[in-house]
Design a protein around this ligand. Structure first.
Ligand code: GLU
Length: 461
């Protein structure tokens, strides 16, 4: 059974790099009918915030990455970690170390001066005399001496390190008894029965330490996939300005969750040159073994391109749900379908889409000066007054083609060119001479509202 997890540290908001690893872990578990778990790594009590945890869960909800079971909080598991620290002490696989801060600093300084790697020298590893007084000891694990630690990373391939080169007897419990990061990660991944750990490659160097913990406790080691970073277009680490913002910031910009997930799956993984992936296709095709070995470049234009694609193709009801976030609350009917279809071709974001819908469904409060200067001249008032009169006498009109037919008759009878009528009408209806098909807009707002807006413009200008 495949079990994966996402294990954020709630020291800040969830950013897109995190969401990408979450997506990969989610897809891999779901594809295999396995489990996808959420673990909040909140042992650093000083740096964590409840707000950040809530923000992470919100982002999960928005993007639809549902996790299985209860959320696991490391901060609630200290007793459990203590039990394992004691077990390792009892089995002589870990020991108390009484080295003072000053002594450790001196040791490091000497090693540096001798151009050696700075590491703990194992002074208390086999210590059996009386410990110095007044020092609360830390607990260190006994790392293997001069042993090659090898594991096969699902993305990076075989990784081998010599314990003497990269490890020392690292601390598993601080002097106040709190456990350290690499210790608890290994315990939790083992107890949560993780089969596959998919995470950022900034954790690659932690993996040998975690393997030491698995081995000391006799736990089975999961398969690791270390995903390369997302970089900006200049090949640097992604900054806030490039898009490394809170995932919910994308919602505020009007990005659809489906577009964001599609964007993220491609950022580091591909299936030929396919760009658009439905969720079903993601599930069918994704495999972490095909994740790119090299870092991928963030490209906002691509995200916008995907977003426009989904705005053009999403079912009405889903778009309507998304529009609510931008205070556009419409229910679907034939007119609203016309409204959506006349605007969705051009919208890059839901925010923009909502704005353009508002310009049609709400009467304009002001009129664009440039457009008025250009189009409200000569006999425009007379044309609009006659047009309104003509409509009033034309019975019930509803669909765009009905308005188009009546308008053609009117123009023919009065020898009026379309633009001399259509442009002032647009200004009356949306406040500027730019709008989708004038007959679509007339049909959407309806005859009475059109007449009211035209009369308002005539009075005000
Ligand atoms: N808590 C770590 C982080 O947020 C992730 C640890 C892991 O995935 O093993 O970077």
């Amino acid at each position: 059974m495949i079990t994966t997890r996402f294990a954020p540290s709630p020291t800040g908001y969830l950013h897109i790099g995190g969401l990408r690893t979450a997506l990969y872990s989610y897809l891999w578990a779901r594809k295999n009918e396995g489990k996808f778990l959420l673990r909040i790594e909140d042992t650093d009590l000083a740096r964590n915030s409840q707000e950040a945890t809530v923000a992470i869960e919100k982002a999960f909800e928005w993007t639809g990455l549902a996790h299985d079971g209860e959320v696991i909080y490391q901060s609630k598991r200290f007793d459990l970690y203590k039990k394992y620290i004691q077990q390792l002490l009892d089995e002589d696989k870990a020991y108390h170390c009484y080295m003072s801060r000053e002594e450790l600093d001196d040791l490091r300084a000497t090693q540096k001066a001798n151009k050696q790697r700075t590491k703990y020298d194992g002074k208390y590893r086999d210590f059996d005399s009386t410990p110095p007084e007044g020092i609360s000891p830390v607990v260190r694990i006994k790392s293997p001496i001069n042993r090659v630690i090898t594991f096969t990373d699902g993305i990076k391939g075989e990784i081998s390190v010599n314990s003497d080169d990269v490890l020392d007897d690292f601390i598993i419990a601080r002097s106040d008894g709190t456990p350290t990061y690499n210790f608890v990660v290994a315990i939790d991944d083992a107890l949560m029965r993780m089969s596959d750990v998919i995470r950022g490659d900034d954790h690659l160097s932690n993996t040998p330490k975690q393997i030491i913990v698995y081995e000391a406790l006799g736990f089975e080691i999961p398969k690791f996939y270390h995903v390369p970073m997302i970089l900006n277009s200049k090949g640097q680490k992604l900054s806030k300005r490039d898009g490394a913002m809170d995932v919910m910031g994308y919602k505020d910009e009007g990005i659809l969750p489906v577009a964001l997930l599609n964007f993220l799956i491609r950022l580091g993984w591909s299936n030929g040159d396919q760009e658009i992936f439905s969720k079903d296709e993601m599930l069918e095709l994704f495999n972490p073994s095909n994740i790119n070995k090299s870092a991928s470049a963030y490209n906002y234009e691509k995200l916008i391109w995907l977003n426009s694609h989904y705005i053009k193709t999403l079912p009405y009801q889903e778009l309507i749900e998304e529009l609510k976030y931008f205070d556009v609350d419409i229910s679907i009917n034939e007119k609203k379908e016309i409204l959506i279809d006349s605007l969705r071709e051009r919208a890059k974001t839901i925010k923009e889409f909502a704005q353009s819908i508002n310009t049609i469904i709400k009467a304009p409060v002001e009129y664009e000066a440039k457009g008025c200067k250009k189009w409200l001249k000569n006999e425009w008032k007379e044309i609009l007054t006659n047009y309104v009169e003509y409509l009033k006498n034309s019975g019930d009109l509803d669909l765009p083609e009905e308005f188009e037919k009546i308008t053609d008759d009117f123009m023919l009878k009065n020898e009026i060119k379309l633009r001399n009528l259509a442009q002032p009408l647009r200004i009356a209806m949306v406040g500027s001479p730019v709008s989708p098909s004038v007959f679509d807009v007339i049909s959407i707002i309806g005859k009475d509202e059109l007449i009211a807006r035209v009369e308002k413009l005539i009075t005000e200008k």
